[in-house]
Design a binder for this molecule. Structure first.
Ligand code: GAR
Length: 190
């Protein structure tokens, strides 16, 4: 049996993409990243994919005539590659039915809060503003709701301060480890 195939979607820096690609490269993940999808041409994740030799589909949904057309092209490419699991890693868009109908139940996301608290793009800043003392990371299945869907894994950490940058730094280390561990567990059950 060949290696399981992952697609990783990202919109920005791509440190989670890199953690997953690196884990595939050094054998901690029994998988390959067969496709990186990015909706922000020019995002740093694009250069990371190049460095790892991961094929990329990078396009602006607007320029492709909208989200449905953009996602239809992604589905076409993922079907052709035989993608087993889709990992959203800082992909800042809600998925439409085009992707959810085709890959629902096989799409997961990582989010920098203990969901259901602090959904959305500024979860860490909101949690700091709120003054929480226990932060965390959540990995969940993706549905049509923003950061919704059944929770797969969570990891908490304590922080008693007011610096969102520091929370991001602590959280990202946890994200990289937790995402790799969780993907490996899910793949072993596929
Ligand atoms: C990650 O911290 C991820 O949890 C967050 O975006 C960051 C992407 O970082 N996702 C969300 O906020 C989803 N609502 P990266 O590009 O360095 O992997």
């Amino acid at each position: 049996m060949g290696k399981k195939k992952l697609a990783v979607f990202a919109s920005g820096s791509g440190t989670n993409f890199e953690a997953i690609a690196q884990a595939c490269a050094d054998g901690r993940l029994d998988a390959e990243v067969a496709l990186m999808v990015c909706d922000q041409p020019g995002a740093a994740v694009v250069a990371r994919a190049e460095r790892f030799g991961v094929p990329a589909f990078v396009a602006s949904p607007k320029e492709m005539g909208g989200k449905a057309a953009f996602e239809a092209e992604i589905v076409r490419r993922m079907d052709a590659l035989g993608i087993d699991l889709v990992c959203l890693a800082g992909y800042m868009r809600i998925l439409s039915d085009v992707l959810l109908d085709a890959y629902g139940g096989r799409i997961i996301n990582i989010h920098p809060s203990l969901l259901p608290a602090f959904r959305g793009a500024h979860a860490v800043e909101q949690a700091v503003e709120y003054g929480v003392k226990v932060y965390g990371i959540t990995i969940h299945y993706v549905n049509a709701e923003l950061d919704g869907g059944k929770i797969i894994a969570q990891r908490a950490f304590e922080y008693d301060g007011d610096d969102p940058e520091e929370v991001h730094r602590i959280g990202q280390k946890i994200e990289h480890a937790l995402y790799v561990e969780t993907i490996q567990k899910l793949l072993s059950n596929l």
